[in-house]
Design a protein around this ligand. Structure first.
Ligand SMILES: [Zn+2]
Length: 571
């Protein structure tokens, strides 16, 4: 038995995520977690909401709620939707947890002691009316580059130029609209990532088998231009983790909090602490190599925009602490899923959001299509037409139809239990040999976290069963040789149980329905010997004809959804 620590990139708190977010981290992470559990391995699968920073404060203000209440509510909303998609987190935590406060302050203290934090004086805009500094998006004004009059302090939305709040012409507070502003000196902390460049470079070089997408992004940030830059890790905000060195106050940093990018990845560790506290267990055996985490395989899943933080900034925090923390072994990154010729966009409400998706179809439809078409080696595209085709062909015609035909035929010609007559011959032996080879390939692809290829192999395993049925045609055989037809249908009923186990990581609900129809308990043992697996259901074993596993998507459905989702929704 091996031990797998699995984390998905943390979804930001300020709203419901779209399907592009889902397929870029949480969903493939869930696939891998379910597969490893299915193989009988020990898994700790963690995710959490990322709750600090200006966007959370602004969204709360817009909703007219205190930011802590807003985050608590949105966390519940995201947790409920995650359940709807059957994301099997062992714990869905919060970066605002007490555990993360403590651990973030601990890391800051260690980094300070190691000489990796620098105090820098900066000029920042202070609002006399609001009695506070105005970082990032709290300040608006005219873009010095294009003249757009609603540019934000961090970026101009019109020309996309990155800005500093002090660059804005005619600046005003985004909170009160006040122009009674002045520039004041304020002190901030910077993480001296540049000092860790060689350490990070060597660490990345030691990682074989990472996707090219991952290493190329990391190397670019390490070496392009002036190389890896130091980064500010503090902000003048109320909402966040107070700046401390471990438990001690930090002179001159009173009233400041850590910048969200610094504390969010530390939540991967703190989340295990939340899980352990909730379950009365130990988390350090997953995270401390001096306390048993040496034999853990740690895989992170994320979209490509998150790669720099996970290959450089977070490792800089962890390596810089000079403590024996478990480091990531496999970093699986994804490109973008586009929506009907453009990008999914949260701010523009463009595309399909997770709650809307579940309103029209249950999780398995989405899980299958998104994983089978995930943006693994390049960006990929969601279109309603391809979604309809993929679902109808793979799920309804191939898998669903197989289950339906076999169980209904057996009920009508024999009974609702596994027929006893006849025995397997050369055709069945050839099928078993083919499936044995395919099972090995499927396992190797799943172990390698090759999502699309795994889906293709699973589909081929389903197709093999359909081709077998077409070849032996029990409905014809039955007329001349009912015993041979009985053996054929016995094999096919066993294939349903076999398919359920193999398909569960992709389509857990359908897999559970298939096992329930075969009157098997939900926990299946992963098959190793296909011949043995295909004799699990013995003659006389009772089954039921299940409800339709997957309904076909009609042209009318598709057209209706195309129209409904064309307009977008307000963020
Ligand atoms: Zn501009």
């Amino acid at each position: 038995m091996t031990r797998h620590l699995i984390t998905s990139a943390l979804p930001y708190i300020n709203g419901i995520k779209h399907l592009g977010n889902l397929v870029g981290s949480q969903l493939p992470a869930d696939l891998f977690a379910r597969y490893q559990r299915g193989r009988g391995n020990e898994v700790l699968f963690l995710c959490a909401t990322d709750e600090h920073g200006t966007p959370a404060e602004l969204a709360a203000a817009k909703a007219g709620k205190p930011v802590a209440d807003y985050c608590a509510e949105l966390h519940e909303v995201q947790a409920r939707i995650a359940e709807g998609f059957r994301l099997s987190f062992d714990h869905f935590g919060r970066s605002s947890s007490p555990q993360n406060h403590k651990l973030t302050q601990h890391f800051a203290g260690r980094l300070y002691d190691a000489g990796l934090i620098e105090e820098v004086s900066e000029k920042q805009v202070y609002s006399i009316t609001d009695k506070r500094y105005l970082p990032d998006r709290y300040i608006e004004g005219t873009c010095p580059n294009c003249g757009y009059d609603k540019a934000r302090g961090d970026q101009c939305e019109n020309c996309t130029k990155q800005l500093d709040p002090t660059d804005l012409i005619d600046p005003r507070s985004a909170i009160s609209g006040s122009t009674d502003l002045e520039v004041r000196e304020t002190k901030h902390l910077f993480l001296r990532q540049s000092k860790l460049r060689d350490t990070l470079d060597q660490w990345i070089d030691s990682k074989t088998g990472w996707p090219v997408l991952t290493t190329s992004i990391a190397k670019k940030w390490l070496h392009d231009g002036d190389g890896l830059q130091d980064r500010g890790i503090t902000r003048d905000l109320d909402w966040g983790i107070a700046v401390k060195r471990g438990e001690a106050d930090w002179p001159g940093m009173e009233g400041k909090v850590f910048y969200v990018w610094f504390d969010a990845p530390i939540e991967y560790i703190a989340c295990a602490g939340e899980w352990a506290e909730a379950n009365g267990t130990d988390w350090e055996r997953w995270w401390r190599t001096d306390k048993g985490a040496d034999d853990v395989t740690y895989t992170q899943f994320m979209g490509k925009d998150n790669v720099p933080f996970h290959t450089l900034s977070f490792p800089a925090t962890v390596l810089g602490s000079e403590e024996p923390w478990k480091m990531v072994d496999h970093l699986k990154s994804f490109n973008y899923l586009n929506y009907d010729g453009g990008q999914f966009s949260t701010s523009q409400g463009r595309g399909i959001f997770m709650d809307q998706a579940l309103e029209i179809l249950s999780a398995d439809y989405w899980r299958w299509w998104l994983l089978a078409n995930c943006p693994e080696t390049s960006d990929s595209e969601f279109t309603w037409e391809q979604f309809q085709q993929g679902v109808n062909k793979d799920l309804a015609d191939v898998l669903g139809n197989f289950v339906s035909r076999v169980t209904k035929f057996c009920r009508s010609k024999f009974s609702e239990d596994v027929p006893a007559a006849g025995s397997y011959g050369p055709v069945e032996e050839a099928l078993i040999a083919d499936l044995q080879a395919r099972l090995k390939r499927y396992e190797a692809l799943m172990d390698a976290r090759e999502v699309r290829k795994s889906a293709a192999e699973l589909r081929a395993i389903w197709v093999a069963g359909n081709e077998y049925l077409q070849t032996v045609a029990p409905w014809t055989t039955f007329k001349t040789d009912p015993d041979a037809a009985a053996a054929q249908i016995r094999l096919a009923l066993n294939l349903i149980a076999f398919y359920a186990t193999l398909s569960a990581p992709f389509i857990p609900d359908a897999a559970a329905s298939m096992r329930a129809a075969m009157h098997l308990d939900s926990a299946a043992e992963w098959p190793t010997d296909v011949a043995k697996a295909l004799s699990e259901l013995q003659p006389g074993h009772v089954f039921s004809v299940p409800e339709v596993l997957f309904a076909k998507i009609t042209d009318e459905d598709r057209e209706g959804w195309e129209t409904r989702f064309a307009g977008g929704r307000s963020a």
